[in-house]
Design a protein around this ligand. Structure first.
Ligand code: COA
Length: 335
């Protein structure tokens, strides 16, 4: 029995918001944003486009590549911090839009590490139960809906988008060496929960006129503190994952770090002594799309034909929670 990757898909809304556009909204400038973050523009969804709509487009593309129907799906997982509604789950909204009536649906809230947590859970469920054959794993965010457009320290960072994967349990036993999931290290640091948060909208601060007036329904972040913890956390998780797998860093064809800040990405590559040409980056086009980030990268690499059979790909992420993780996968293109 093995877990296989059958398809990837991604979607970003068409409207780009450039750094120059932001100059007209808050006290900032293109040069500051580019040199401090590596971001040039980000995509912003229209008012009536929901997180589940972004997820739907990415999911359709992944299912198309996988060559299976929505009704074949046994599991649908959506990682998001910007759900359509607090209740029900965005995965149930996606199920409705896809018409995937045979799937069990659940959301994962692990912020920017959400897709790694989702893959870990789907991998374990597929391996544990024969009744699950096909899993759709999606990271989707409409971060523009939880961004404070008057706060220059955060509004320059975030964007909207979705990335999806179709995983399958293969019981044929004929291709044992084509296992997708190799090793992982997930972790959390709840003691730093205040560093990156949306303070209101939950049981602690239910919505009131005051919470709205105080902008408490938007993302708040201590950027410098998060920056330092992100670099050390992702480097440690990558090292532990490679050690568990017994794979040397030079055997890694691609590392896909969560796209939070170009300086964080460069620092990780530097500490792991990985050449920059093997470090995937698309942050300049999309900014930080939280749970969607790694799925967007993986699909871009896959569709560009840059992933070869047998390639080791190291994924790593860090985000609100705080949560962190690394995952080593082995790539096989669908024949
Ligand atoms: N434009 C212009 N100036 C800005 C600005 C903006 N958009 N945002 C902040 N500044 C100013 C600050 O007010 C500060 O001014 P001061 O020195 O007069 O007080 C100065 O720039 C430096 O701010 P600082 O916060 O120290 O900048 P930084 O180099 O740490 O960069 C972030 C800020 C947010 C880009 C950076 O901390 C970061 O990327 N952190 C991690 C974010 C992240 O990864 N989050 C998600 C985790 S997955």
């Amino acid at each position: 029995m093995a877990i296989r990757i059958l398809g990837t898909g991604s979607y970003v809304p068409p409207r780009a918001l450039s750094n120059f556009d932001l100059e007209k909204m808050v006290e900032t400038n293109d040069e500051w944003i580019r040199t401090r973050t590596g971001i040039s523009e980000r995509r912003i969804a229209e008012r009536d486009v929901l997180t589940s709509d972004l997820a739907l487009e990415a999911a359709k593309r992944a299912l198309d590549m996988a060559g299976i129907e929505p009704s074949d799906l046994d599991l649908i997982s959506v990682a998001t911090v910007s759900p359509d509604r607090p209740l029900p789950s965005t995965s149930c909204m996606l199920q409705k839009k896809l018409g995937a009536e045979n799937a069990a649906c659940y959301d994962v809230l692990a912020a920017c590490s959400g897709l790694l947590y989702s893959i870990e859970i789907a991998n374990a469920m597929l391996k544990a139960h024969k009744k699950y054959r096909y899993a759709l794993v999606v990271g989707a965010e409409k971060l523009s809906s939880v961004t404070d457009w008057t706060d220059r320290s955060t509004c320059i960072l975030f964007g909207d988008g979705a990335g999806a994967l179709v995983l399958a349990r293969d019981d044929s036993g004929t291709e044992e060496d084509k296992e997708f999931f190799i090793a992982s290290k997930l972790g959390s640091m709840g003691k730093y929960s205040d560093l990156l948060q949306i303070p209101a909208g939950g049981s602690e601060n239910p919505a009131t006129h005051e919470t709205v007036d105080a902008h408490m329904h938007f993302v708040k972040m201590d950027g410098q503190a998060v920056f330092k913890l992100a670099v050390s956390g992702m480097v440690k998780a990558c090292r532990e994952t490679l050690e568990e797998a017994g794979v040397d860093p030079e055997k890694v064809a691609w590392i896909i770090p969560h796209q939070a800040n170009m300086r964080i990405i460069d620092a990780i590559a530097n500490r792991l002594e990985l050449p920059l040409e093997r470090v995937f980056r698309n942050i300049s086009k999309y900014g930080n799309t939280s749970s969607a980030s790694i799925g967007l990268c993986l699909d871009e690499l896959n569709r560009d034909g840059r992933l070869k059979d047998g390639d080791y790909v190291l994924l790593t992420a860090f985000g609100g929670g705080l949560t962190l993780g690394a995952m080593l996968i082995k790539w096989y293109n669908k024949k």
